[in-house]
Write a protein that binds this ligand. Sequence first.
Ligand code: SAM
Length: 182
Amino acid sequence: MEIVILRLGHRPERDKRITTHVGLVGRALGAKGMLLTSGDKGIESSINEVTQRWGGDFFVQTGVKWSDELKRWKQEGGKVCHLTMYGENILDVIDEIRAEAKRDKTRIMVVVGAEKVPYIVYDAADWNIAISNQPHSEVAALALFLDHLQRGKELKTKFEHAEMEIVPKKQGKEVIKKVKGK
Ligand code: SAM
């Protein structure tokens, strides 16, 4: 399943940390990349540094126009999941989304907002999905959505081309440094 995140409404003076976390959670939990409507290159470079060190091929593309990306995604047959507390409860729609994704090898775009999300996004989305109908955080909403969508399988993903790899331990910490590309 190909999953890409579209982060809307990033405000460079307020949202740096949270948008970076949206990207890091996406990377760690099975998304292929993040499209960011802002041109904030600092976010791109800090996520790329993590990918360089810890592996995988997560991409960050800044300065995109969200309406063009949504349109293109849909024209190419992809589906759009907009995370919003006003949507349908995730437990009521996740089976349908999973079935659709599996049936047609559908690509899933996950839209998360920062400030007020334009109404047109609610209309363009194939599903408006609430991770409970209470306000909380795009980071938590994204993590739970990705986990439900993939039934937790993403938690066992091996990241290729890592410079560092953690050896899971009951106690203490162990990290091995790897030769790049092995
Ligand atoms: N006030 C904004 C609005 O009305 O669109 C939302 C602000 S909220 C802090 C930022 C983002 O977190 C939302 O756009 C949404 O993607 C996500 N979010 C927050 N709570 C959520 C929930 N209960 N379910 C799904 N997504 C949620």
